[in-house]
Structures are given as C-alpha cells and as structure tokens.
Design a protein. Structure first.
Length: 262
C-alpha cells in the first residue's frame, strides 16, 4: 500500500489492541464497543482508530461491511488556532532554551511551518543557505512537503549549530526522542503555555496570514498544495517568486538581531 513505516506500525499496534480487547472475535458489536472508548477523545484520535481498523478489517480480512458503517468524526482544523500562543509567548519559549541545537530547531520549526517528521527527516543537502530555502523530498499518498524558507534569525542559529557538529551524518538535525521532548518541555515551561512543533506549525500559518500572505502560498509553504503546483516552484523563477513572497512577510520571532552572545 506504499504507506509510511510509522503509519504501518500504528495500524498494527491499534489492530492488536482491538483484537486483544475483543478476545479475537471480529464482529460489529465488538467494533462498536472498542470505538466507544475513543468517542470522548479528540476527533483525530478517534479517526486514527477507524483508519487502523479499516486496514485490518476491510483490507486484510476483506469484510468491509463490518467497519465501513462507522464514519469519521468531523475535525475542526481551526480549533488549535484558538489556543495559539502570542508572539511574546513564542519569544519566551525560545529564551527558555539553553542549547544551540534546541534554539536552532525551535526557530526552524517556527519559521518554516514544517511538520515534525519532515524536519527530522531533512538532509543537509535539502537546505540552501544562499536562498534560505528548504525543499524536502517527502511525498506520500496523503501528505507532501512544502517548498518553504526560513528567516535570518533561523539562519544564524542553524549555522551556529552546524559548525558545532562533529558527526558525519547527512541529516540536518541529529536529535534523539528524549532531546526532542525536552526541548518543547523547557520552551513551554518558560513561556507559561504549551508550545510544541504542532503548535508552531499552526502559529506559522496564522502569523503568515496576518502578515498578508495569501492562503494559496501558505499552502505551498506547508505542503497542502497539489503536487503539480509544488513542482512549478522547485527551481528558477518559481522559487525566486516564492522567496520574494516569503521575505515580504518579514516573519520574526526575536525582537532584535541575533548576536554572538545570545
């Protein structure tokens, strides 16, 4: 099915949980009972369970009539925007970080609008400091990476981090799961509000809109545009035009220019 490895693992984990709870009896009543546990949770969490059960029951067992009557819950994409931190909170989150790597990741996340998985999968070769552009190669059936950029604040900390690197990895960021979680925990503690990579992705989208960037270009930056549209901006005039639009927004996180002692 050409699914991402992470998606496959999630499907297997959910299917195993369902089978154990239902004593390995797959019928309508057991499916209903299992999904009832997720009704009080977030819509996306509920939908993830339905997707996993569809993989197992519809695609593997080939009895679609048992699962297809269960519908996805509507997801309000703007629900997160109501809880977005202010620019002051975003700045405080950055100031709560001590390590250069953490600061670089934080600003890169805030000013590119990319997803966690895209950021952690990035290769150094996919980042161009001359144009401050980021062109990942992440295409799945449902998700695609945007053609995005980062600001001068991010460029400063990213270059500072890369100069300190002693490893031979081709990855842009070498970070463990523990370090990733610690980063957002420290940022949230100093800001006094929850700040995660998902929150910064939503903040980027909202902030760029308030700075006057049309939605169609924000969609390109964040990978929501059709593949044919993204392809037009990979090189040449398309990339130059996108950079001009990004720079026009003058997106900032810090109040002053970064200095060597920050």
């Amino acid at each position: 099915m050409r699914l991402e490895k992470k998606t496959v693992q999630q499907n297997i984990q959910d299917a195993r949980r369902f089978l154990q709870m239902s004593n390995y009896i797959v019928n309508y009543e057991n499916i209903r009972r299992y999904l009832e546990r997720y009704v009080p949770k977030a819509a996306k969490t509920y939908n993830t369970q339905i997707k996993s059960l569809r993989r197992h029951i519809r695609d593997f067992l080939q009895v679609p009539q048992l699962i297809m009557s269960f519908k996805m819950a509507p997801v309000d994409e703007w629900a997160l925007a109501k809880e977005l931190p202010s620019k002051k909170h975003i700045r405080l989150g950055f100031q709560g970080l001590a390590e250069t790597k953490a600061k670089a990741i934080y600003l890169f996340t805030a000013t590119t609008g990319l997803r966690k998985g895209e950021i952690l999968a990035l290769q150094k070769s996919q980042v161009n400091f001359e144009t401050r552009s980021v062109i990942p190669n992440h295409f799945t059936r449902k998700k695609r990476s945007g053609i995005t950029f980062f600001n001068t604040e991010t460029a400063f900390w990213l270059q500072k981090y890369l100069k300190k690197r002693k490893d031979n990895s081709h990855k842009l960021f070498v970070v463990s799961d523990r370090q990733w979680k610690k980063l957002w925990r420290l940022a949230s503690k100093n800001a006094g509000v929850s700040i995660t990579s998902k929150v910064l992705r939503a903040w980027f989208s909202t902030e760029m809109g308030e700075l006057g960037i049309p939605d169609r270009f924000i969609d390109v930056f964040q990978g929501r545009a059709p593949r044919t549209v993204l392809a037009k901006h990979y090189t040449g005039k398309g990339l130059v035009r996108l950079k001009r639009i990004y720079d026009k927004a003058n997106l900032k996180v810090l109040t002053s220019k970064p200095s060597s002692d920050q």
